[in-house]
Design a binder for this molecule. Structure first.
Ligand code: PEP
Ligand code: MN
Length: 338
């Protein structure tokens, strides 16, 4: 259930409600809305008596039951769009944010060249995998901690905050020490131990949808992060598995408005992993922006054909520049800036 506080409710009134919620055996989660404080109470299904008791407390406007299996992620919990700050970049506040960079960190020069391309054309966040969850154990697995050091140095030089993937619970601490945003990849969407650990870290999270995860399963997975006390989650559609083989995955464009309807969390799209081929990436990126996404994560490499992973889908300097130019037109038509 959600306890909706009155606009003018005092801090003492909020504290009193929090302690009542705890003593009733629920876990409270506070969310500051634009006008009022909301308190999510997670626990067993509340009886009418419990709701009446809370409703009668000083400063409480109303108590609402959340009917969805995901609670903190749902629009029933929070009506307003939420925002997530990554360094000095705010996601979900109406500006369209692009993260770009190579699939994997391969070396200082490779990362630096991709970062320069990304920044020059207007990307605000640098991506790059140091720990790579590859389908084959024989494929390039990433540079690991050395990759994190290179990301750190490149952030220092470019000023761009960094998003990089974390692949297991034991790595959360070391990756969170460097990254401004932790990425959970499609192969780990339902790795609940990893999600809970990332939830305890309080770092912003770029949480990708699994390739075979329904929207309801995806939002319940997000709940594993949120319920540990980390509200800084950005959802990301990256293509799902269908019968179609012309693309690497099928970008579920409808996931954008569906997630926006069901959840207050910001929604991004990854057109690179959905498409699997660089010629398709711009169209999917523009479609995502037109469908109402809050941003994109796009793979960029100075010499894509030499990339050690995902060579076919990374954009070079000219291709990324052209895409950003066209994106400006689409997001501008929607009243957003890039
Ligand atoms: C990635 O972003 O490098 C990646 C592996 O993506 P996904 O988890 O969506 O396949
Ligand atoms: Mn990749």
């Amino acid at each position: 259930m959600v306890v909706v506080m009155q606009k003018e409710a005092s801090e003492e009134a909020v504290d009193r409600v929090l302690s009542e919620i705890r003593s009733l055996g629920f876990n409270p989660h506070v969310s500051e809305g634009e006008e009022r404080t909301l308190i999510g109470a997670i626990g067993p299904a509340p009886t009418e008596e419990v709701r009446e008791h809370l409703r009668a407390l000083h400063g409480v406007e109303t108590v609402v039951r959340i009917t969805k299996p995901y609670k903190l992620a749902s629009r029933e919990f929070r009506h307003d769009d939420s925002t997530v700050a990554v360094g000095d970049v705010v996601i979900g506040d109406g500006a369209f944010v692009v993260a770009a960079g190579p699939c994997g960190v391969e070396g200082r020069d490779q990362l630096g060249a991709a970062a320069d391309i990304a920044r020059r054309h207007g990307a605000r966040i640098l991506r790059g995998g140091a720990f790579k969850p590859r389908t084959s154990p024989y494929a390039f697995q990433g540079l690991g901690e050395e990759g994190l050091r290179l990301l750190e140095q490149t952030r220092e030089r470019t000023g761009m905050p960094i998003v990089t993937e974390v692949t297991s619970p034991e790595l959360v601490e070391v990756v969170a020490d460097t990254a401004d945003m932790l990425q959970i990849g499609a192969r780990n969407t339902q790795n609940f131990a990893l999600l809970a650990e990332v939830g305890r870290s309080h770092q912003p999270v770029l949480f990708k949808r699994g390739m075979s995860t329904s929207i309801a399963e995806y939002l319940q997975a997000a709940e594993y992060i949120l319920s540990q006390g980390n509200p800084n989650v950005v959802l990301c559609e990256r293509g799902i598995r269908t019968f179609e083989t012309a693309t690497r995955f099928t970008l579920d464009v409808s996931a954008v408005p569906v997630l926006k309807e069901l959840s207050h969390l910001p929604v991004w799209v990854d057109p690179s992993h959905a498409a699997g081929r660089r010629t398709l990436v711009p169209s999917l990126a523009l479609a995502a922006a037109a469908a109402g996404a809050d941003g994109l994560i796009v793979e960029v490499h100075a010499s894509p054909e030499e990339a050690r992973s995902d060579a076919a889908q990374q954009l070079d300097d000219a291709e990324f520049g052209a895409l950003m130019g066209r994106l400006r037109g689409v997001v501008g038509a929607l009243g957003k800036s890039l």
